[in-house]
Design a protein around this ligand. Structure first.
Ligand code: ARG
Length: 464
């Protein structure tokens, strides 16, 4: 039976019913819906809007529904949406009293409240997952804080960098992502319940009681806005999108660095796949899939932005479209963070290969230019001299390390014996001791700072 059947002479046609329903996906909100209904009913009882007995009867009815759903005894099916399902089930269990639950409430403020409860818990879970990923990255860095690798710009070797500094860079991105979810929580954690269909309610409700029970940080302050605000969905989806953007960059590095052309990382067999025709292949499917799934999360962000565009005040059924995209983006993002964290725990770094690669292709040319500049040659002039040295090396098939002092001196009298130390890749990386730089000390400080900021992130109770 529809909650709104009274006004209609015929039932909804089967096709319209199937098209209109949201139960197939909003059943995910069952716990939030029952939790919010129990809070609402408690408040109605405390405010004398429902008798104490009715309030108590409804609450225990709702609690029994929750238990039965969780135990798999009660199947969620056969109704328009989760709100109709819970209310009809309540009436089936406790009779007429159940029909009093919807006093001073509309499905419009109800669904907004349920969804916010759900998204609040989900954002908290994202923070927890990101914490594990960040900790994993800093652990790898700690293990390899003395190792170097080539750093790239334009995907061309640029300067030697510290391995820990590399992993710290991704840890910084994911820490920003965690903070972004925490920041979004300020706007997610707002309670719309008590806004009614759109205009508020004439019952003497106390919204603070419900807010307190549900643990919402704030109350919505305008009922029209409250029932039609889906900004928090867009914001959550943007935060997921940026996590995926960062993961997709790490995927790209993983795919490149684990190729034989680079040979920097060895991916675990347990997270690699093979080819049905080419027996030799070891493919990075996990990284490719995570990179690929970035597109669908972006898609959900674009979808909600488009859905909320131009919708008149206040609630419109368009907003029912807010859920499926969020559920899919949520699952995708969580799965991707979790699988990447697990995979990273198993990667092996080929430190020898990275060290050799870090020294190839004139990666210390900047150090030679800096050498001259520190001895009084204007940097731009020094840059030109070293450019010519590189050209000379290419012609003579030499490296900056294999050049003799005489050859250096032929390019500038300023060169001395100690230039041969400067051109070593490890010395180059270790000389960049600026905050956040590639020296061992700076990389260690980077790990320390990340870990202390990680510790400051809140720990959340499991959603109840
Ligand atoms: N399934 C609906 C949604 O997700 C619930 C709210 C229905 N409200 C209404 N006025 N028809 O938005």
């Amino acid at each position: 039976m529809k909650l709104w059947q009274g006004r209609f002479s015929t039932p909804l046609s089967a096709d319209a019913d199937a098209f209109n329903q949201s139960l197939s996906f909003d059943k995910k909100l069952y716990k939030a819906d029952i939790t919010a209904s129990i809070a609402h009913c408690t408040m109605l009882g405390l405010c004398g809007i429902l008798s104490k007995v009715d309030s108590e009867t409804i609450r225990s009815g709702l609690a029994s529904i929750l238990v039965d759903i969780e135990e798999g005894v009660l199947e969620i099916e056969g109704q328009e949406d989760i709100h109709s399902f819970v209310e009809n089930e309540l009436v089936a269990r406790i009779g007429e009293t159940g029909k009093r639950l919807h006093t001073a409430r509309s499905r419009n403020d109800q669904v907004a409240t349920d969804f916010r409860l759900y998204v609040r818990a989900s954002a908290q879970q994202m923070v927890t997952l990101l914490k594990d990923l960040i900790a994993t990255l800093t652990d790898i860095g700690t293990k390899h804080v003395k190792n170097i690798m080539p750093g790239y710009t334009h995907l061309r070797k640029a300067q030697p960098i510290n391995c820990a500094q590399y992993f710290n860079a991704y840890a910084e991105m994911f820490l920003r992502d965690a903070h972004r979810f925490l920041d979004a929580l300020k706007r997610i954690d707002v309670m719309p319940l008590g806004s009614g269909a759109l205009a508020g309610t004439s019952y003497p409700i106390d919204r603070n009681i419900t807010q307190h029970i549900l643990g919402f940080e704030r109350l919505s302050e305008n009922s029209l806005d409250a029932v039609s605000d889906r900004d928090f969905v867009a914001e959550y989806l943007f935060d997921c999108s940026l996590v995926m953007a960062h993961l997709s960059r790490l995927c790209e590095d993983t795919i490149l660095y684990s190729s034989t052309e680079f040979g920097f990382w060895e991916m675990p067999d347990s997270y690699s796949t093979g080819s049905s025709i080419m027996p030799q292949k070891k493919n990075p499917d996990i990284s490719e899939l995570v990179r690929g799934k970035t597109g669908r999360v972006y898609g959900h962000l674009m979808a909600i932005l488009t859905t909320i565009k131009g919708v008149p005040l206040a609630y419109n059924k368009d907003f029912q479209e807010d859920k499926e995209g969020l559920f899919d983006a949520e699952k995708t993002t969580k799965d991707c963070i979790a699988i990447y964290t697990a995979m990273l725990k198993e990667i092996k770094l080929n430190v020898k290969r990275m060290e050799i690669a870090a020294a190839e292709d004139f990666t210390t040319a900047t150090d030679v230019a800096d050498y001259l500049a520190k001895r009084g040659v204007p940097f731009r002039t020094a840059h030109g001299i070293v450019g010519k040295i590189v050209r000379y090396c290419l012609e003579k098939d030499k490296t900056l390390e294999s050049m003799s002092l005489a050859e250096y001196k032929a390019h500038s009298e300023v060169f001395d014996e100690d230039v041969l130390k400067v051109v070593k890749a490890s010395a180059s990386a270790n000389s960049r001791n600026s905050i956040g730089g590639s020296s061992v000390a700076a990389a260690k400080a980077g790990i320390k700072s990340l870990r202390s900021r990680l510790k400051k992130l809140p720990t959340f109770e499991e959603y109840n």
